[in-house]
Design a protein around this ligand. Structure first.
Ligand SMILES: [Zn+2]
Length: 479
C-alpha cells in the first residue's frame, strides 16, 4: 500500500478512480495538496517540470480514515509486552517470562492484547504465576478489549483500595482500573512521544491519512507537542474523556476547534463494557453466567451529561455495545433532546436491535462500527457464539441492515488490529448470512463515512476536485 499525503504539486497519470463509475483511466492534477483537475488520461496536457507518477491503470482510493482508534495507546502498546499472539495461558506465561528479562527491577510492566476466547485451554491466568514471573516488578496484563485484566501482587499494592471492581485474591481487574491503567502507572513523556511516532509510521504503512482518538490531558498535550515539533503527515480528530467534560465546556471550546491536522470534536462517554468482559449491557444473561452486563451510568446521570455536552455544541462519541445500553442512550436523547447538526455518534453498537436501528436512522445519529470485531469474533464457535444467546449471535454487527437503512456509517479499527484492510475484508466476509456488505460499500464507510462523522465530508473521503489529495494506491484486498 502506498500513501500520498501533502504532495504539493503532482500529476497522477493513468489511474482508475475509486467511486467513479466506469473506472476509465484518468489523470489527477494536484496543486498545493488539493485536487485541481480530474480528466481522461492524456487530456491534462503537458505540464513541464511537474512531478508525476504513473499508476499504469491501477485503482486509486481516498486515504483511509480510521474513525475509532486508541492511537496513543497503540503507540504505547508497541513499547509494551505484546500478548496478541498468545494461544494459551502457558504461551502467555512464556511471552511474559521472556519479556520481563528485558526490563529493570521496579519498572511497572504492562502486557497488552491477550484474548482467552481464542484459547482452546480455558485455564484462567493465575496471580500466583504472575508473581513468580515478575517478582520484582508490578505487572498488569490487559485483555484485548481493555475492559478486563490481571495484576500481580506488586501491581495490586499500587492500585488504590477504593478502585472499583478489583478482585485482590485472584488479581482480576475490571473496567475503569484496566481502561485507565495509565492513571496508576503513567507512561513518561519520552515513552508517549516515541510511541506516537511508531503509531504514525504504522498509519503511513497502512494507507491511513486520518484517525480519531480519545484523549486525557496528558495525551492531548503530547499530540500538540508532537505535531508542533514534527509536523507529521496525519489528520487527527480528538475527543476528550468524559471526566474532563466540565473543564472542556468551561473553556468554551466548540466542535471543530483546531487546525488542518489536529482538531477537537467533543467528549467520549462509555455507557457499558465489552462482550469479552461480560460487561456489555444486554437484556438476557450471558451463556453460563448470571449477568446481563453493566450500565456505567444511572439514567439521571447520563441525561445530565448528554444534555450538557449537547447544549455546549460539542459532539458526543458514545460507547454502547449491548442493546440495553443502546436503549438507555436512545431514551436519553429522546428525553433531553439533542442537536442533529452535531452528528452524535454511537460507537460499536454490536448488539443493536432492528427497532433501535430504525430509531437511530430517525434521530440522525451516526453508526460508528468496527468490522474488525466481525473478523475476530463473529464466526461459528467464536466469542459472540460462545458468550451470547442465539438471538444476539445472529444479530451481531448488522452492517448490512445499517447500510440498507442508509444510516451514516463510519468504519474504524479500534486498533484490533490497526489498519483498514482487515476490517474491510471482514465486513465483506461477515459470517452471519445477510450481514455482509460489498467491497465498495465497505471502502466508502472507511473513507466518506468516517469523514462525515468528522464533519469533513466536503474536503475529505472522496477523489473529487477541491478535495484534499489524501490518497492511497497499490492495495490488494483478499476477498
Ligand atoms: Zn475503542
Amino acid at each position: 500500500m502506498r500513501r500520498i499525503f501533502n504532495p504539493g504539486n503532482l500529476l497522477i497519470k493513468n489511474c482508475k478512480i475509486f467511486g467513479k463509475p466506469g473506472y476509465k483511466a484518468s489523470d489527477i492534477l494536484i496543486e498545493n495538496n488539493i485536487i485541481k483537475k480530474i480528466l481522461p488520461s492524456g487530456k491534462i496536457g503537458k505540464l513541464p517540470a511537474l512531478k508525476s507518477i504513473n499508476l499504469k491503470g491501477n485503482m486509486i482510493y481516498p486515504g483511509f480514515n480510521d474513525a475509532h482508534t486508541h492511537f496513543m495507546w497503540l503507540g504505547l502498546k508497541m513499547l509494551r509486552i505484546n500478548l496478541d499472539a498468545s494461544e494459551s495461558v502457558d504461551d502467555l506465561y512464556n511471552i511474559v517470562s521472556e519479556a520481563v528479562k528485558k526490563y529493570e527491577n521496579g519498572k511497572p510492566l504492562i502486557g497488552e492484547g491477550y484474548d482467552e476466547s481464542k484459547w482452546t485451554n480455558k485455564t484462567p491466568i493465575s496471580k500466583k504465576k504472575l508473581d513468580e514471573l515478575a517478582p520484582n516488578n508490578p505487572l498488569v496484563l490487559r485483555r484485548v478489549c481493555g475492559h478486563r485484566g490481571y495484576a500481580n501482587t506488586n501491581a495490586l499494592k499500587k492500585i488504590p483500595a477504593d478502585c472499583m471492581i478489583v478482585k485482590r485474591d485472584t488479581g482480576e481487574l475490571f473496567e475503569d482500573v484496566v481502561l485507565y491503567i495509565h492513571r496508576i502507572f503513567p507512561p513518561s513523556e519520552d515513552e508517549l512521544m516515541l510511541g506516537l511516532s511508531k503509531a504514525i509510521k504504522l498509519a503511513e504503512k497502512e494507507g491511513v491519512t486520518s484517525i480519531t482518538d480519545v484523549v486525557n490531558k496528558g495525551y492531548f498535550n503530547i499530540y500538540q507537542k508532537y505535531f508542533q515539533k514534527y509536523k507529521p503527515k496525519l489528520r487527527v480528530s480528538l475527543y476528550f474523556v468524559a471526566a474532563l467534560m466540565d473543564e472542556i465546556i468551561g473553556t468554551g471550546m466548540l466542535t471543530g476547534f483546531g487546525n488542518e491536522y489536529l482538531k477537537i470534536r467533543g467528549i467520549k462517554v462509555f455507557t457499558d463494557g465489552s462482550i469479552g468482559a461480560y460487561t456489555a449491557a444486554i437484556y438476557k444473561n450471558y451463556i453460563g453466567k448470571k449477568t446481563k452486563g453493566i450500565l456505567i451510568y444511572n439514567s439521571k446521570k447520563l441525561e445530565s451529561l448528554i444534555e450538557k455536552v449537547n447544549n455546549n455544541n460539542l459532539q458526543l462519541m458514545i460507547h454502547a455495545i449491548g442493546d440495553r445500553a443502546i436503549q438507555q442512550v436512545l431514551d436519553t436523547f429522546n428525553k433531553v433532546g439533542y442537536s442533529r447538526k452535531l452528528r452524535h455518534r454511537l460507537e460499536h453498537i454490536e448488539l443493536v436491535s432492528d427497532k433501535q436501528l430504525k430509531k437511530i436512522k430517525e434521530m440522525g445519529l451516526i453508526a460508528s462500527m468496527q468490522p474488525n470485531f466481525v473478523g475476530e469474533w463473529s464466526g461459528p464457535g467464536e466469542m459472540y457464539d460462545q458468550r451470547l444467546p442465539e438471538y444476539y449471535y445472529r444479530q451481531n454487527n448488522p452492517i448490512k441492515k445499517i447500510s440498507k437503512l442508509k444510516i451514516p456509517m463510519a468504519f474504524g479499527s479500534d486498533c484490533m488490529p490497526f489498519g483498514p484492510k482487515y476490517g474491510i475484508e471482514s465486513a465483506v466476509k461477515h459470517p452471519i448470512p445477510g450481514s455482509e456488505i460489498n467491497l465498495n460499500r465497505a471502502i466508502e464507510a472507511y473513507t466518506t463515512g468516517s469523514a462525515f462523522a468528522e464533519h469533513e465530508e466536503k474536503i475529505k473521503g472522496k477523489i473529487k476536485v477541491g478535495y484534499l489529495a489524501d490518497l492511497v494506491y497499490n492495495i490488494k484486498f483478499n476477498i
